[in-house]
Design a protein around this ligand. Structure first.
Ligand code: HEM
Length: 417
């Protein structure tokens, strides 16, 4: 029998009605409730079937023939006619470079992209990551305080990625702004009117990706567009617009997610001081701990698939054409896979079984780079600012959208000697 105290302790009573897909402030208590009481449910508000358990989500990811990723980049709140007219007039034909493409196109394009994302490129960029990280710490180290999100995490992954893509650093602010527009249009809840400035940004963003391809064709550099253009010349089957599409993917996925990981992980490790102290004392542990931060506080808490036939997930009937919202943030704390999953534990043996990078044929192409950057940034921050702590009395507001969970600011302090 449920006691009054227990009933009060749990604020949820009906998963479908209680689910607020856009509020990512602290979705974890809801995830735990849904996993136990309604592991697969239909959200009227979203028009999506919501899947919460690790085994079910992994099974959906594995079965790409039945669960297509074609809806992964579709605006979760459809674009209004004014926005669509601006896209048409601006020649916007981008949709997705890879994540919403399906085989055989996906297989063909991924093969080209993957061979340009090999360990050789990442190894070559390692010293540059050190340089960028330390240069950015130098900017605020003397000050004793900073907004970590705005002054470090927002730009550093973009500076790194832009070296890979051969984009000058001066162009970071505009590309970051376009990435924000893309996130809001795809996973946010904007009105038709609010969409308009962001839609204009998308037109510019796509034109920019195409201009990078034109630039690379005229003079292929030692960078990602140059590599892809050379492969095309050597006979790889990929069109100019498909190369632009991969750049359109990477110029978003390649920094926004890492910005989010750095901010979330620093916040959590400073809230778990014992683990911060241990990592500080033994910097080599950061690499092994990376998967636990990805598990505990994933950059992307929800990702999408579409059922191509009548089927079932977790014993619940799913009709053909249904949209599925896979709660990766919930899978990562499923007690069937991660005992005491709501605890951050840098010694967790199976942390790498998280689903933060997806699973199967779309498994994240940049995960090696993200982990490399994370390890370097965290080690350098702990080494250079050992007294680092969260500024007191701050409220954490999280961006309003279904998928990218990140606080909008993270105020930190340290002693200046
Ligand atoms: C913490 C950092 C990152 C996280 C959490 C992350 C997460 C993800 C997720 C969830 C997917 C979808 C997987 C699926 O549908 O099964 C994905 C795909 C992808 N990611 Fe990442 N990502 C990160 C960093 C990066 C970086 C640094 C790059 C590029 C430099 C990148 C490039 C891509 C690409 C191109 C895809 C599409 C792959 C495909 O559909 O075949 N990601 N990522």
């Amino acid at each position: 029998m449920t006691t009054i105290a227990a009933a009060k302790a749990c604020p949820f009573s009906d998963a479908a009605a209680d689910f607020d897909p856009f509020d990512l402030t602290d979705p974890f208590p809801f995830y735990a409730y849904a996993r136990e009481h309604a592991p697969v449910f239909y959200s009227e508000r979203l028009g999506y079937w919501v899947v919460t358990r690790h085994a079910d989500i992994k099974a959906v990811f594995e079965n790409w023939q039945l669960f297509s990723s074609e809806n992964a980049q579709a605006p979760i709140r459809p674009l209004g006619e004014p926005g669509r007219a601006i896209l048409r007039a601006g020649g916007f034909t981008a949709y997705s470079g890879l994540s919403a493409r399906i085989p055989p196109d996906h297989t063909r394009i991924r093969k080209v992209a993957q061979s340009c994302f090999g360990p050789r490129r990442f190894k070559a960029i390692e010293p540059q990551i050190h340089e960028i990280v330390n240069r950015e710490i130098d900017r605020f180290a003397h000050r004793g305080k900073a907004d970590f999100f705005r002054e470090f995490a927002y730009d550093v992954p973009a500076y790194v990625l832009f070296r890979l893509v051969g984009v000058p650093e001066a162009e970071v602010p505009k590309v970051k702004a376009w990435a924000v527009s893309r996130a809001l249009l795809t996973w946010g809840e904007l009105s038709d009117e609010e969409q308009i400035p962001h839609v204009h940004n998308m037109v510019e963003y796509w034109a920019y990706c195409r201009s990078l391809v034109a630039r690379a064709k005229a003079d292929p550099g030692d960078d990602l567009p140059g590599d892809m253009v050379r492969m095309q010349r050597d006979g790889a089957e990929i069109s100019d617009d498909e190369i632009a599409g991969v750049l359109y993917s990477v110029l978003f996925a390649g920094h926004e997610t890492t910005t989010t990981l750095l901010t979330n992980a620093l916040r959590e490790v400073l809230l778990h001081r014992d683990q911060w102290e241990r990592l500080k004392a033994d910097p080599d542990r950061w690499t092994a701990a990376t998967d636990e931060f990805l598990r505990f506080t994933p950059s992307i808490v929800a990702w999408r698939r579409r059922a191509l036939a009548d089927t079932e997930v977790g014993g619940v009937a799913i009709p053909r054409g249904a949209n599925l919202l896979l709660l990766l943030g919930s899978a990562n704390r499923d007690p069937d896979v991660f005992p005491d999953g709501d605890a951050l534990d840098i010694d967790r043996a199976n942390a790498r079984n998280h689903l933060s990078f997806g699973y199967g044929i779309h498994f994240c192409l940049g995960q090696q780079l993200a982990k490399l950057e994370f390890g370097i940034a965290m080690r350098e921050l702990a080494r250079r600012l050992p007294s680092l702590r969260l500024a007191p009395d701050q409220d954490f507001a999280f961006a309003h959208n279904t998928s990218f969970r990140v606080p909008t600011a993270l105020h930190i302090e340290w002693d200046v000697t």
